[in-house]
Design a protein around this ligand. Sequence first.
Ligand code: PAF
Length: 283
Amino acid sequence: MDMQILSTAQELAAVCRQWHREGQSIALVPTMGYYHEGHAALMDKARTLGDRVVVSLFVNPTQFGPNEDYAAYPRDLERDAQIAREHGADLLFTPAPEELYAEDAATWVEVPEMGQLLCGISRPIHFRGVCTVCSKLFHLTQADYAVFGNKDWQQQAIIRRMVRDLFIPVTIVGVPIVRAADGLALSSRNVYLTEEERAQAPEIYAGLQYAKDMVTHGETRASVLRDAVLRRWASRLPLGRLDYLQVIDSASLNQIEEITGPATMACAIKMGKARLIDNIQLN
Ligand code: PAF
């Protein structure tokens, strides 16, 4: 059967209810579109998890701050629909903003402390928007699985906490970061990079790998790792402006001084019009 494209919440819920009645499991891939191989990997993973795959494509206004790129966020519905179809989606959900947010919508879902760390420092309302829209999608689809990319490590950790705290019956599945051949993490926002910025951008991941190598060779002090990466970026990534670089506990996202358990190095770098995030598991 060809992929269905639906744009109302009611239709989405009705189709998912019917699939559940038939005993079919559902894997959801929440996205904002403008697909690249990273999104394709999420869809491929979803295909292995659920009998039915639902992909949502919604540039969620509530997760963008007033001076962010909501209006400019790249969009290409026709191409996206083709990619979703090729990667086994049964249903593509493409609501208008009014469909998910009534004019008098007054309810937010928030994990406030985790949402104010890392990206939340410069994007204070971002994760409230993400949690709110993901809650809506989880409720509408009653998905058994929801698939998220590891690139947005903070997002995934917050969604896991929200799902646990609210007893939402969905299993969150993370998918490894898909990278260009030179190491740059794929992102819809990479289209904002100029040629010169794009040429330097792989240094972001090279810096994170450098820190991981130091850990492999026995370094455990977060400040030493951080300083080494910053020194490296100062010479090799001059077009980058640091938003943050932190060594964190992989689950709680709290900053750590010494690596004793699962640790992640996470960063956000501004380059021209783009703000790029990346992370690496240090151990
Ligand atoms: O990661 C994204 O693309 C978005 O934050 C998500 C999860 C689709 C929510 O709008």
